[in-house]
Design a binder for this molecule. Structure first.
Ligand code: GDP
Ligand code: IMO
Ligand code: MG
Length: 429
């Protein structure tokens, strides 16, 4: 279903959905809902650090790398060139989907995407250990080290899987380059084991590997539409996020152009996905965090535990300063607000509308990581009625509508859809 007010421009066949907070905004749930209007749903960055949940009837899925359009029949699912992918993780996810009766021949991986090997995950954990108290709180999936190898030209691509002799040599070179870091460390994967496992997994995966640039541009030439699915969130972007407490990829909408090999002029609309409040997993600044009983209630009512690592998510109010920044970075056309139902019965609600430095001077997003940063919280009346069955924004309680109007106003972007439950149909427009 389309939630955009205007019909698509046929000259701009790519739409993008991105998270505008610190991840877990409900992107998977929104992409699943939008997917039927697109021939291809494509992930453009990240890897299985992502966890995207979708619920359709009795089927509940937690996807880590396969795009969230997978429960929509006939949609092609592309794992794009900008991603880094664990072979074992991908095969496990394909197996889960096969068990659900999903036709996985629709899932394809770019020959340009990079492979995340067990030594990347080992290195990720080792580096985190070395960081000690300054640890980022990564997912431990090897995402950072795999992207480091990509820019360091030590990476191995899905295209390499079809060339076993090249593969073994490249794995040896990559391990040699890592040897000093691994010296003395425990649990370092052995070269023979990695080569052996990779060759076995390659048999399953090679049939899914494609020339993604040809695939996407042929589809565009046929007049088909493409939905680019973001992973993580804007505030975790490697450049524009709360560096160094970020992931290692470009999570902003611009990342879709690089991660899928499409020009900016092909992009039509950009949808920002945001929770009606905020969460963050892992370390790093989070100005609107509620470190009191209200934060715990948000976590309990919103079931805020990570899909990938099971870690409790830190919870806080909607941060309009960060959201305005995200609206600029992504060029947002509209917002999909999720988890509004979680706020039912919460009592008074907050929206962070400004920051002040420790000395009291007002500041913008540039002060986000300042020690002693204070936030200005605007209070709003809550509502007590259950809203999970509401399907029109106009039918929401007046206090909920006022809260949404204010979110749109302080973010500077219209609210196009409101999610009121995890299942596909629970959407008000
Ligand atoms: P993603 O990473 O952005 O795809 O989001 P996650 O799947 O990691 O986290 C979102 C969580 O909230 C999942 O457990 C969803 O099932 C759930 N969810 C999504 N939208 C809603 C909603 O509107 N209401 C409620 N109650 N849960 C939701
Ligand atoms: P989705 O797509 C929330 C966070 C980690 C850590 C930081 C770096 O489900 O929204 P990494 O393993 O990427 O090197 O970890 O980024 N992080 C996420 N947080 N949702 C995600 O994905 C995340 N992917 C990474 O918790 O703080
Ligand atoms: Mg998630």
């Amino acid at each position: 279903m389309s939630i955009f007010p205007a019909p698509p421009d046929p000259r701009r066949p790519v739409d993008i959905a991105v998270g505008i907070q610190w991840g877990d905004e409900g992107k998977g749930r929104i992409v699943d809902l939008l997917a039927r209007d697109y021939a291809i749903v494509a992930r453009f960055g990240g890897g299985d650090n992502a966890g995207h949940s979708i619920e359709v009837g009795e089927t509940k899925l937690a996807l880590h790398i396969v795009p969230s359009g997978v429960l929509v029949e006939r949609t092609k699912l592309l794992i794009g060139a900008g991603t880094v992918v664990s072979l074992r993780g991908l095969v496990d996810e394909l197996d889960t989907l096969v068990k659900l009766g999903v036709d996985t021949s629709r899932v394809v991986v770019s020959a340009r995407a990079h492979i995340v090997f067990p030594y990347h995950a080992a290195l990720d954990r080792l580096l985190e250990k070395q960081r000690g108290g300054a640890a980022i709180g990564t997912t431990g999936r090897g995402i950072g080290p795999a992207y480091v190898d990509r820019v360091g030209r030590l990476g191995i691509t899905f295209g390499d899987l079809a060339k076993p002799e090249v593969l073994a040599t490249k794995i040896r070179q990559a391990l040699l380059a890592r040897a000093p870091l691994f010296a003395g460390a425990e649990g370092v994967p052995r070269e023979e084991d990695i080569v052996g496992e990779t060759l076995t997994l390659a048999e399953r995966i090679v049939p899914h590997v494609v020339d993604d640039v040809a695939l996407l541009h042929d589809a565009i030439a046929r007049g088909e539409r493409i939905l680019a699915e973001g992973a993580q969130g804007t505030m975790l972007d490697v450049t524009y996020g709360t560096y160094p407490f970020v992931t290692s990829s470009h999570t902003v909408a611009g990342g879709a152009c690089i991660g899928l090999g499409i020009g900016p002029t092909t992009v039509g609309r950009v949808l920002g996905v945001a929770k009606a409040y905020c969460t963050r997993v892992g370390s790093g600044p989070f100005p609107s965090e509620l470190s009191d009983e209200r934060g715990e209630r948000l976590r309990a009512q919103g079931r805020e535990f990570g899909v990938t690592t099971g870690r409790p998510r830190r919870c806080g109010w909607y941060d309009a300063v960060a959201a305005r920044y995200a609206a600029q970075l992504n060029g947002l056309d509209g917002l999909a607000i999720t988890k509004l139902d979680v706020l039912s019965g919460f009592g008074r609600l907050g929206i962070v509308t400004g920051y002040r430095r420790a000395d009291g001077t007002p500041c913008g997003v540039e002060g986000l990581a300042d020690p002693g940063l204070q936030v200005e919280v605007e209070e709003h009346p809550g509502w007590d009625v259950e809203i999970r069955d509401v399907r029109r924004i106009a039918d929401l309680p007046a206090a909920a509508r006022a809260f949404l109007d204010r979110l749109a106003q302080v973010t500077g972007v219209p609210v196009l859809a409101v999610s009121v439950g995890p299942e596909r149909s629970a959407l008000a427009v």
